[in-house]
Design a protein around this ligand. Structure first.
Ligand SMILES: Cc1cc2nc3c(=O)[nH]c(=O)nc-3n(C[C@H](O)[C@H](O)[C@H](O)COP(=O)(O)OP(=O)(O)OC[C@H]3O[C@@H](n4cnc5c(N)ncnc54)[C@H](O)[C@@H]3O)c2cc1C
Ligand code: FES
Length: 355
């Protein structure tokens, strides 16, 4: 499938918290953009003579909302999140790529328990998934464990209360605040491993194979949630994760590979994309994506940090080293998939097919 771009008109901007906005965009009149709950849009912003791309999960749900909506929280010194919060106006057009991402679910006519665990802006894809399950799976139940600093930083506070009223018997929401303002009657503390185990044990129980977990939040919190689910013997295939950022300490310099004593050196990689074959010379300091973009090949990409899978390709020959492997599942890795934005060729025969 070739990369598709759309220009969407901003119809409304809602301030969710002092540092977070929701941006509503009109669906194109002719061919509506199809997406699955939990997927993200890539936004392209012209800035300082270049076009920068950022991924934003849709907080809207294809089954309940007419318009598309992304919700953007400011990141300290962040270029795009602050630009959007400060300067985006109703009526403006935003260029976006087709929705992507595998942090989603297929709706099913059987009863199940969908447990959503999030913190901060991690609520965005979880909101979309919650709305979809509650609307489309009439006997399924949804639980949300949601961590924030205080009452003022809870994104979608009112919308969550509304959902809770509408689906009182099927939706349970547990807020956990680390530094609540006076008057808070809920849980206080950090949504850590110990608390997660306690809270999950208190939730209604369904068969382990009819319970799905979706986690999205800061990397430390996500690691603790995974540990909690491991302790609770949750099968790996029932745990779905979305990361918005890499761990700050992640060292992305390609390292020598010890097992076969090969180092990352200049290699020519064959990329097969949209029916064409390209020979791309990749230097040690470059990722395969960088080298392809330098040759003006219009390859698909979004986060450029191994998180979103927009640049996923299948390595059908040779060996590729990835700086960051968290974006791919074990199954995808076994099947030979690689993320070219963090990939470096290790052998001279690398061929990658990008779909
Ligand atoms: C699949 C996916 C979905 C995403 N969905 C959302 C969403 O729904 N809402 C949302 O607000 N953001 C979301 N993000 C994060 C978003 O894409 C940007 O990374 C974020 O807005 C920061 O961009 P920036 O240009 O402001 O910061 P940059 O200028 O890129 O970065 C500035 C500094 O902040 C650090 N940083 C970057 N991102 C984060 C982060 N998320 N948390 C903490 N530190 C960070 C960088 O390492 C850098 O040091 C998503 C990311 C991915 C990969
Ligand atoms: S561009 Fe996001 S994983 Fe490569």
């Amino acid at each position: 499938m070739s990369t598709k771009y759309h220009k969407l008109r901003v119809t409304n901007i809602i301030k969710e918290t002092p540092d977070t906005i929701s941006v509503y965009m009109q669906q194109p009149a002719q061919s509506k953009i199809a997406y699955k709950p939990g997927q993200f849009l890539t936004v392209l912003i012209p800035m300082g003579g270049e076009t920068v791309r950022r991924s934003y999960s849709m907080s809207s749900c294809p089954h309940t909302d007419k318009e598309l909506c992304v919700t953007v929280k400011r990141v300290a010194n962040g270029k795009v999140s602050n630009y959007l919060n400060d300067h985006l106006r109703v009526g403006q057009e935003l260029e976006v790529m087709e929705p992507m991402g595998s942090f989603s679910l297929d709706l099913r006519p059987v009863q199940r328990h969908v447990i959503l665990i999030g913190a901060g802006s991690g609520i965005t894809p979880l909101m979309s998934i919650a709305k979809a399950v509650l609307r489309m799976e009439s006997s399924s139940i949804v639980s949300l464990l949601y961590g924030n600093r205080n009452q003022d930083t809870i994104i979608f506070k009112n919308a969550l209360e509304e959902l809770q009223k509408q689906y009182a018997n099927r939706l349970r929401i547990v807020h956990v605040l680390s530094q609540p303002n006076p008057g808070w009657n809920g849980l206080t503390g950090r949504l850590n491993r110990t608390l997660a185990i306690k809270l999950i044990n208190e939730l209604p129980k369904l068969d382990v194979y009819r319970t799905d977990y979706y986690i999205c939040g800061p990397s430390g919190m996500m690691e603790e949630m995974e540990q909690a689910l491991n302790i609770l013997y949750v099968p790996k295939e029932k745990i779905h994760k979305e990361s918005f950022a890499t761990t700050p300490s992640a060292d992305t310099t390609p390292k020598p590979v010890e097992d076969d004593n090969k180092e990352v050196k200049t290699q020519v990689v064959t990329i097969i994309y949209e029916g064409s074959e390209y020979k791309v010379k990749v230097e040690p300091h470059q990722s395969i994506l960088d080298a392809g973009l330098d040759m003006d090949i219009d390859l698909p990409y979004s986060c450029q940090s191994g998180l979103c899978t927009a640049c996923r390709g299948k390595c059908i020959s040779g060996k590729v080293l990835m700086d960051e492997e968290d974006g791919l599942s074990e199954y995808e890795m076994k099947e030979g998939y690689v993320l070219v934005c963090v990939g470096h060729p290790l052998t001279s025969d690398v061929v990658i097919e990008i779909d």
